[in-house]
Design a binder for this molecule. Sequence first.
Ligand SMILES: Cc1cc2nc3c(=O)[nH]c(=O)nc-3n(C[C@H](O)[C@H](O)[C@H](O)COP(=O)(O)O)c2cc1C
Length: 216
Amino acid sequence: MTVKEALNSRFSCRVFQDMPVEKKVLEEIFEDAFRTPSWANSQPWDIYVAGKEQMEKILQGMNDCRKQRVHTSLDLPFRGVWSEEAKKHMDQFFEDVYACEERRNLDFTMQNRNLFYAPCAVFICMEKGLSAWSYYDIGAFSQSLMLSATEHGLATIPAAVFVGYPDLIRQVMQIPDNKDVIIGIGIGYADMDVKVNHFKSQRKSVSEVVYRGIEA
Ligand SMILES: Cc1cc2nc3c(=O)[nH]c(=O)nc-3n(C[C@H](O)[C@H](O)[C@H](O)COP(=O)(O)O)c2cc1C
């Protein structure tokens, strides 16, 4: 598979099959992703892998938090104000993704609440207090991991919903308190019988983003 093919075939998988991911395959994916560049080769990523047993504990813990009406609180500062342009794309995304389902946002909500039925999740953590450049590195690392997973025939979804209750993740995964839980990436085999896994999200065009009014 070429990089171009991996970039174009990766998608956020919202329903996984109940099939485990082999440890050997995961290790190959990590080896690939560890080639990601980082500020002065600092390699700020710390990885915790949850398999079926931990996923069940996390799901149970999340359900308990919801029943007790505990608010989600991400470790990462979250900017609640989006630009008008970003809002337009987000609205379009929800309109498109809901259109894939008969029960529209109910299906989407259930997929999120069930962590997409992922048999495995990779929690990418980072020591607290590092600079914004390390967040940049984590983003690059995440994409490397997802592209390598794609080449290995696996589907992924990076999702904030995995890390809505970071203390729960720290507890189940035995992550020390001095680390932030930045993002969870669900990983596994996609259930291609569901429509949402055929959904292709839209992108801005090159002329919209790159040239902005300059004759190309
Ligand atoms: C940091 C981050 C957080 C995300 N959180 C969620 C989430 O909580 N739930 C969800 O369904 N999708 C989530 N997504 C997936 C995005 O909706 C998706 O990447 C975007 O719509 C583009 O679609 P694509 O990944 O299929 O290309 C997240 C993606 C990123 C990068």
